[in-house]
Design a protein around this ligand. Structure first.
Ligand SMILES: Nc1ncnc2c1ncn2[C@@H]1O[C@H](COP(=O)(O)OP(=O)(O)OP(=O)(O)O)[C@@H](O)[C@H]1O
Ligand SMILES: [Mg+2]
Length: 247
């Protein structure tokens, strides 16, 4: 793939003697939405963390958003900052700063990293809040927002740096069903735009409807990689068949 925005080659990761990622090869094109599914402990979170330098790895390479990560030479602080500006991450817990308003949370990173006027980044912050369905909630603090609203602020915060790739690790797992729907609607909207996203999720309905491809991770391996219908209905691996049968 010539237009790959992510290329992972032979990625291996150990914790102590345990091999957590056992040689992952994968590519993502600009604008794709990849849903990452699979049994607990399969390495999904570890894989995402390798992609934005939150965790080191033992061999292989990661090329992402024009940067290259190598096992032997972990990125220095400036490279990590550049990487995190290009690759946004959203976690299951929202990790908003409780003492800052929604708008301040969103503007924090752009304010420190970009040399823009407050008017510029605040205008973008307001637009992002509107985009995630929270127009008018600029001054709300996390305490006064529901879980789904907090997660939407966290997504807006990640988008504020205009990342080339957005990584989301179970963004709806901590939410009740209605709030899940609100957050998934935002992700669906982003997927329809030009965003490149990798979403670890248990929401198979979402994965089937929205993802361009589904990846199944099992025991440190990428055991399926294909369009949703193909992966869900005709999985090639026994492990994926078992996973979908159990779900
Ligand atoms: N810091 C760590 N130290 C030791 N082992 C770890 C560490 N982080 C993860 N692991 C192990 O690596 C394996 C993969 O974990 P990971 O969190 O990537 O799985 P996952 O697919 O995201 O699972 P889940 O669906 O439960 O979130 C697990 O066996 C886990 O126990
Ligand atoms: Mg996980």
């Amino acid at each position: 793939m010539s237009d790959a925005i992510i290329r992972v080659e032979s990625l291996r990761k150990f914790h102590g003697k345990r091999e957590i990622l056992r040689g992952i090869d994968a590519e993502v094109r600009r604008g794709e939405t990849i849903a990452i599914v699979g049994p607990s402990g399969g390495g999904k979170s570890t894989f995402l963390r390798c992609l934005n330098g939150l965790t080191s790895f033992d061999s292989g390479t990661v090329s992402i958003a024009g940067m290259r990560l190598e096992a032997a030479t972990p990125p220095d602080a400036p490279s990590l900052r550049a990487l995190r500006a290009r690759v946004g991450m959203v976690f299951q817990g929202f990790h908003l700063f409780p003492h800052l308003t929604a708008l301040e949370n969103i503007c924090l990173a752009p304010r420190h990293v970009r040399h823009e006027s407050p008017e510029t980044f605040q205008a973008r912050g307001r637009a992002l809040l509107a985009r995630v369905g929270l127009a008018g909630r600029e001054r709300a603090r996390p305490m006064s927002l529901s879980g789904g609203e907090q997660q939407r602020v966290a997504i807006a915060r990640a988008l504020a740096m205009e990342p080339e790739v957005l990584l989301l690790d179970e963004p709806t797992s901590a939410l009740d069903p209605q709030m899940r729907g609100e957050v998934l609607a935002v992700l669906r909207d982003l997927a329809r735009g030009n965003s490149t996203m990798l979403v670890v999720t248990h929401e198979m309905g979402f994965a089937r409807a929205v993802a361009s491809r589904i990846w199944v991770f099992d025991d440190g391996r990428l055991v399926e990689d294909g369009p949703p219908a193909e992966v869900c209905e005709r999985p090639r691996s026994e492990r994926a068949r078992a996973f979908f049968a159990a779900g």
